[in-house]
Every structure is written in structure tokens, then in C-alpha cells.
Design a protein around this ligand. Sequence first.
Ligand SMILES: Cc1cc2nc3c(=O)[nH]c(=O)nc-3n(C[C@H](O)[C@H](O)[C@H](O)COP(=O)(O)O)c2cc1C
Length: 243
Amino acid sequence: MNETFDVLLGHRSIRRYTDEPVPDEVVRAAVEAGRWASTSSLVQAYCAILVRDPDTLAQLSRIAGDQSKVRRAGAFLVICADTRRHRLAAREAGTPYETRLEGFLVAAIDAALFAQNTCVAFESLGYGICYVGGLRNDLPAVDRVLEIPDGIYPLFGLCVGRPAEAPEARPRLPLDAVLFDERYPSDEAMLELLAAHDEEVAAIRERQGRTPGTWSARVAVQLSRPTRTDLAAYYTAKGADLG
Ligand SMILES: Cc1cc2nc3c(=O)[nH]c(=O)nc-3n(C[C@H](O)[C@H](O)[C@H](O)COP(=O)(O)O)c2cc1C
């Protein structure tokens, strides 16, 4: 349709990179684009910590579940929700800082929008990206490694690099399962859409010679037990009021 669509529809998470580093100028240009993302009431509740130090990257890679791409990427960013500046502004103004869960959500949403626009900017320049939620395996450890101040909530990492692989697209749910006319559909209608998607996924996996599986079965297994159960305690300790 146009170049923007080409970039968006061409997205694949890239997990292997060439040795080419991502220069600071490129990181700055992509983050410059990212910070023009929409932001709730202009609060701009996000920041990115660019990590270049090999020891720090090795530690973060380990925390993320031994994801070697964290060390091998041409650049690695830690994306955080940033409420610290708001606290500073409130302190200077002599007003209370009262936000509750709304404040946390606003910051997390702002940071995700900022990150995704930054990713699209990188991709438009021919770089590949991969988010790294694995950092949330152990946020207190991330905190110690990066000496993160209160009011800053690390959310996920971001690997960037010149692609050294060209993975197949991972199929998405059909458009009709995510875009609705006027009202959310019935469960029966949704289950039919999911069944069609499951068939498609099963056929693709068979063609790829992978173990049989469907989207529904994978999601069901994945969500059958709680994971990362210490997040509320960690974010609360960093100053979030999740009530
Ligand atoms: C917030 C977030 C965290 C993610 N964390 C990881 C991760 O820790 N490791 C990884 O290899 N991929 C991670 N991914 C990438 C997803 O697995 C990937 O986007 C999804 O499987 C769809 O594939 P695609 O991006 O190639 O279309 C993450 C994606 C998001 C949005």
C-alpha cells in the first residue's frame, strides 16, 4: 500500500544479528521518532536505558533466561515506565503525588507506545528488533544491575541489530477475531474463528515439520499457571500504588 505498511506488515522478531553494531546516532534517531508517540496528557512516562557494557549485558542476558541475543544484539535497550520526573515536578510544586493503579497503567501504556514507535523506526532503517520480556523473570536483579531509582519501572528489554536471519511470519488471529462491528461477538462466534485459526496454525506447523500444535492449545497451557508472581511486590517497592 505504501512504505509504512510495508514496514509494519514486514515485521518479524529478529533474534540473530550480524556483528555490525548499532551506532549511537541510529539509536538516538529511532528514540527521537519513538518519543513522538502519543502520550497520555503529555505525561511522557517512559524512558529507555541503552546498555553497552558487556558485563552488564551478560548479567541481563542471564536474568532474561540465558537469552544470548541480549549480549549479541547490536544495541540493547531497557524500556521503563518513568514516573520519577512526575514526582520531582510534584515535589518542586509542593503538591502530593497521588496516582494509584491509573498512574501505573498510564505509564506502562505510554512506555509501550514509545517502545513500539521506536521499533518501527529501527525497522524502517533496516534493523531487526526483538522485545525481551524475559527481564521480568527477576526485576529485583535487573534493578540491582542497573541501579534503577524509585519511580522507574523496568518493563522489558529491546534487542536491535542487523538481521542475520529471515524468519517466516508468525500467523496472527484473523482480522474478524480482533475487529468488531459495534459489539463484541458471542463466545460461539469467537470459538469458530479460533477453530479456523487453529487449523491454519496446525497446517503451517506441519509444513514446517514442527511438533503439532494450535494457537488455542498453546495459550491454554501458557496461561494455566501463574508466572512472575512477584511483580506487584517489586513495583510497589519501587513506589507504585497499584490499588
Ligand atoms: C512485551 C514483549 C515481550 C517479549 N519477550 C520476548 C522474549 O523475552 N524473548 C523472545 O525471544 N521474544 C520475545 N517477544 C517476541 C514475541 O515472542 C513475538 O513478538 C511473537 O512471538 C510474535 O512473533 P513476531 O514478532 O515475529 O511476529 C516479546 C514480545 C513482546 C511484545
